[in-house]
Design a protein. Structure first.
Length: 139
């Protein structure tokens, strides 16, 4: 069973490397990002890989696109819908996944606004309380 799991993870990572998402050109519809509207991102199932390097090319591409659009749209916050850390959440507030899957990926200045995070089923396989506590020390 463990071998099957490892093979699936390997294939998932290889497919992700071979086929990174192409977000192409973004046409921003808002002519004025300071028009009084609240703008935010909703992101789900972004939890990376449970082994080094923890991230995927698709996750990095999404983070980069969010950073560019966040600047253009003057976003106020992000709402993360869960499955933040595949496949079994985090173990503690000191888990290296916070650094590798989150802090080093979502680095754009426009994303340094509040993140409101929900826990998904994969997160509940780990320590959800650690994710809550990490929000108090996140960079």
């Amino acid at each position: 069973m463990l071998l099957v799991y490892a093979v699936h993870l390997f294939v998932f990572y290889q497919v992700s490397l071979a086929n990174p998402t192409n977000f192409g050109r973004h046409d921003v519809l808002a002519s004025n990002a300071n028009d009084g509207n609240t703008r935010f991102f909703i992101i789900g199932d972004w939890g990376g890989l449970p082994f080094v390097p923890y991230t995927t090319p698709s996750e990095i591409a999404v983070a980069n696109a969010m950073g560019r659009l966040g600047t253009k749209l003057n976003t106020s916050f992000q709402l993360a819908l869960g499955d933040n850390f595949y496949f079994s959440g985090v173990e503690s507030v000191n888990d290296p996944r916070f650094e590798h899957t989150f802090e080093r990926v979502f680095t754009a200045s426009s994303l340094q606004t509040p993140w409101y995070v929900l826990a998904g089923n994969h997160d509940h396989l780990g320590n959800v309380s650690a994710q809550i506590e990490y929000s108090k020390i996140s960079k």
